[in-house]
Structure formats: C-alpha cells, structure tokens
Design a protein around this ligand. Sequence first.
Ligand SMILES: NC(=O)C1=CN([C@@H]2O[C@H](COP(=O)(O)OP(=O)(O)OC[C@H]3O[C@@H](n4cnc5c(N)ncnc54)[C@H](O)[C@@H]3O)[C@@H](O)[C@H]2O)C=CC1
Ligand SMILES: NCC(=O)COP(=O)(O)O
Length: 338
Amino acid sequence: MTAPVTLALTAGEPGGIGPELCLQLATEPRSQQVVVVASMALLEDRKALLGLDVTLHAWQPEARVQTVAGQLSVLDVAGIADTTAGRLDRGNSQYVLDTLTIAARGCLDGTFDGMVTAPVHKGVINEAGIAFSGHTEFLQELCGVERVVMMLATEELRVALVTTHLPLKDVPAAITAGRITQVARILNQDLKTFFGIARPRILVAGLNPHAGEGGHLGREEIEVIEPTLDSLRREGMDLTGPLPADTLFTPHWLDDADAVLAMYHDQGLPVLKFQGFGRAVNITLGLPIVRTSVDHGTALDLAGTGKADAGSLHTAIRVGEQMARYRREHQSARGAGQ
Ligand SMILES: NC(=O)C1=CN([C@@H]2O[C@H](COP(=O)(O)OP(=O)(O)OC[C@H]3O[C@@H](n4cnc5c(N)ncnc54)[C@H](O)[C@@H]3O)[C@@H](O)[C@H]2O)C=CC1
Ligand SMILES: NCC(=O)COP(=O)(O)O
C-alpha cells in the first residue's frame, strides 16, 4: 500500500470565501490528508457564523491528520487582526503571507507533500505596504527559483502563461527569447513529469492580433517568438505557432494539443474560465514543491453566506494529490537510476 499524501491547505484572505471552503471540506469524509494552515480563531468564528458541525483539531507534525466527516486538522497561525466575513483588513496581510510561508516551508522540509491555496486578495496586501503580485511570484521567490509557470487546467484544456501578473503595458517588453525558452522548457518538462505525457503537443499563441499579420500588426512574432520556437523545436519540443490567439482556441487546433501557451494573463485565462470556471485548477509549475490552487478569487460578496461552490477546491486537492504522487514516483525512479 502506498503511503498517504499529506497536503497543507492555506485558507487565504480571512474576509473571503477561503475559510468557509476549508470548513465545507470537513463536512464530508475525504480520501486525502489535508491540514488547514490558518488561524484557529478565524475558523471557529466562520464555523459559528455558518452553524457548521465541524470539530477543529490543533495539528502538529507527526500528529494524525483527520479525514472523517465533521473533523478537521488545523495548523494554527497567529497574528490575525480581524475575522469578519466580507471585510478586508490590511492588518491581516502579514498573517496571510505567514500562512503561505509556513505551508511552503513545510513542503520544502518534507512535512507536507504539497500545498493547496485558497484565494488571497492581492490589493489589500499591497495596501499594507507589502509588494505582492500573487502566490505564483511569492512562491518563486521563497523557493529561490528563477522562473515558474502559471498553468490553469480543466479536464479538457490546459493554459499556461509566458507572463503572469504584469500590467498590460509591460507585457511586450517581457516577451523575450529567454523568458519564452524558460517557460516552454518548464511546461514541457512538467507535462511529462506530472501528467505522464511523453511528448507534449503545445500550441503557442502570438502576442499581436492575427499573430502580427506578417509584421503589419506588430513584429514580436517575427523578431522574438518564431526564432525562439524554432530553437526550442531543435531541442525536440512539439510546438505549433505562433498562432493567432482568436482562432487558436477552436477544436481545429485544440483537439490535437495537450496545452496552450498564452503570452499574457488575459489572453489565456478568460477562455479557460469560460470553459470551466468552478472546476479548474491553478498549478504552479517549475517549483521544487507541489502547489495547486482554486480558479477563483476571494469572492467577498459571498463570504459568510455559505453559498460559495467548493468545486474548484476539490479539483485543486485532487490534482495536488496526483502531482505529489507523480513527484514521489519520479524522484524514486531517479533515485533508483543513480
Ligand atoms: N488564487 C488566488 O489567490 C486568486 C485571487 N484572486 C483575487 O481575488 C480578488 C477578487 O477577484 P475577482 O476578480 O472579483 O474574482 P472572484 O473570483 O473573487 O469573483 C468573481 C465572481 O465569481 C464569483 N465566485 C468566485 N468564486 C466563487 C465560488 N467558489 N463559488 C461561487 N461563486 C464564486 C464571485 O461571487 C464573483 O461574482 C482579487 O483580489 C484577485 O486578485 C483572483 C483569482 C485567484
Ligand atoms: N488569475 C490567477 C490568479 O490571479 C492567481 O494567482 P496566484 O495567486 O496563484 O499567483
């Protein structure tokens, strides 16, 4: 029998739906071992507000992880300032980042096999005077790696991004041969490692309308993207593009592809969310740890109502578990070959 996977689940923005999604999880039995990394006081308050029948157990390393309905293991994190549902409080920002740091360090030191994140509010963290663009960039820095890749996925579609949380005006300058090369290599490798795809078929979007229309609507395709893809093809990658982004997302192309590489956030993610919002997963590729997340944000309008849908959280946990298992197998296979 294979050893169970233990995942850390950060509860995200205290004013958002993250805490109640974590509690909702505990209302059913689960096959995965999940430890919620959050303020115990916050979870107790949200539980009381929603009238949920869940017992919270303080968890520490080596302790048993609760998996039966009505029981939840919690790694208590101190420092919360305000537990009110639906309200942002910049005084909570350091606490929110502490939950991420504790979960990530726990993955790095082997306490956890991976981490799953509920949504944070990027704006309020910045309002607290802490520069923060997203989990993706935060974990890249914490783990000390030069490049990571954001990929959102449903059962039918995977979309990865060359650039992540950048103002649109800064995107063209960030589309460099170096960045495309790093991102494509990570995507190609992690599709093999975590998804068992022997030779990933990747569709690459252009940056400009009609992929630049032969240079008449922008020259990034001719000057940067095409030569970089040619060079990556010589490494053995199966890349098609640069394709016009407006026609790339059609069955003609997607039926024979394993993933799409979009140049920027709002080129790729609206399509993915239109196709599968509420059941998609956000995965950070290229980290030394496993990290998955929900496809939605903090939904302050729903916080404290109990109406938030936990579909994407279930997907994030399921995919996080699969990835942690793949990583284990991959590492033990590498270890055996050494
Ligand atoms: N992984 C993360 O940490 C993410 C964080 N965010 C952050 O969330 C904040 C709010 O972003 P918005 O653009 O307003 O997106 P949002 O996803 O929070 O809300 C968009 C709409 O979807 C609904 N919705 C969201 N999640 C839902 C769920 N589980 N069940 C039912 N309905 C749901 C909301 O009620 C709202 O009407 C921003 O600060 C953003 O940066 C956004 C996406 C991911
Ligand atoms: N649109 C995805 C998103 O904003 C989540 O970003 P991250 O916090 O996972 O980096």
